[in-house]
Design a protein around this ligand. Structure first.
Ligand code: GYE
Length: 345
């Protein structure tokens, strides 16, 4: 019996030891599995090849709008979203921009995005991109090249934006017997945003015989340049100016500074009327204060839209040639705090 119990005890000990050993092996296995799973999953989840995108920006900090636009693209085309973004800032030098784009072609990037400084001069380099088989997406600014030289354009309707402003002038100055003196502070000459907005006020003046375009000059999207221009116009035209048509918020700011420093009443019902474009949050505050009479929206948050277009082409899809974003306008006598609070840029 003793011998029998000894054997039984020995067997039990062995079984018990085996069980402990097996569980230890089992957990290792799972970690194995984990690691092997991780290994297999790490094999399985090796990061997909990043999509390399060459982004040719006109001048990354030329205005509040452009800063928001640059950030929108950088955020959307991040590595976390599967992109490798290479940005070239042309510093608003059209010739440099074309060579930046040629640089992207030489680097054999997967996609090229262009916010064109100037609408002209693109045929050759876009022909090279096409030969290299690199899709080109135009963002914000349009160009004067044949449509088969780029895949699609995403942006705002600059002429239409301008007509929202001229419609407001027509409504605000109904007396056709009274002359309405307008000055136009233009964006950088040749940029499609400038071309469209300037064309709209030209057509407004053509259509309204009592409207007079007293003066126009490019402020290159800059507050300081616009302030200098406005200061000289105040000296030249004094109280004759009825409307300032500033082709972006930063230039409207410059004009308002010059007018205020010259003791002129700005905005509201009885001041010199201020029209602006972009509708950045800080400037909508000026609309609420009645300083800016009309601010026509132009949406800079184009990054997610561009990312979606790339993914569409990646997936074998063909985007529409033109994709315009929705835009509104804000008026000093109807804007609300809620409009401003809702602003993302
Ligand atoms: O109005 C201006 C920016 O192309 C719409 O460029 C854009 C214009 C915008 O610098 O502020």
């Amino acid at each position: 019996m003793k011998k029998y119990f000894k054997v039984l005890a020995l067997v039990l000990v062995l079984v018990f030891a085996a069980a402990i050993f097996m569980t230890a092996c089992g957990s290792k296995d799972s970690s194995d599995n984990g690691s092997s799973a991780a290994a297999s999953s790490s094999v399985a989840t090796a990061p997909a090849k990043l999509i390399t995108v060459g982004f040719s920006q006109c001048k990354a900090d030329e205005s509040d709008w452009r800063k928001a636009n640059t950030k929108s693209v950088q955020d959307a085309l991040s590595e976390a979203n599967g992109f490798k973004l290479i940005m070239a800032d042309s510093n608003n030098d059209a010739a440099k921009q074309v060579s930046d784009v040629q640089g992207f072609i030489d680097q054999d990037v997967d996609y090229i995005i262009i916010a064109a400084v100037n609408a002209d001069g693109w045929d050759t380099v876009l022909g090279n991109a096409k030969t290299a088989g690199i899709p080109v997406i135009l963002m914000d600014r349009t160009i004067n090249a044949s449509e088969d030289l780029y895949n699609c354009w995403l942006g705002g309707g600059f002429y239409k934006e301008g007509t929202k402003a001229t419609d407001w002038i027509a409504k605000t100055f109904p007396d056709k017997t009274k002359t309405v003196n307008i000055v136009d502070i233009q964006g950088q000459l040749g940029a499609s945003a400038q071309v469209g907005r300037s064309q709209a006020i030209d057509d407004g003046v053509k259509a309204n015989s009592n409207w007079k375009l007293l003066a126009r000059q490019t402020g290159n999207w800059s507050t300081d340049t616009a302030k200098e221009i406005m200061t000289s116009w105040i000296q030249q035209y004094g109280d004759k100016i009825d409307v300032v048509y500033a082709e972006n918020d930063n230039m409207a700011d410059g004009a308002m500074q010059a007018l205020t420093e010259a003791g002129k009443k700005v905005g509201g019902k009885d001041g010199i009327k201020i029209i602006s474009f972009d509708a950045n949050k800080a400037y909508l505050q000026r609309v609420l204060e009645g300083k800016i009479n009309v601010d026509v929206e132009c949406n800079p948050l184009l990054g997610p839209g561009v990312a979606a277009l790339i993914k569409k082409i990646e997936g074998g899809g063909t985007p529409n040639k033109k994709e315009s974003v929705d835009e509104s306008a804000f008026y000093f006598d109807t804007i609300t705090q809620a409009d401003i609070d809702a602003r993302q840029y």
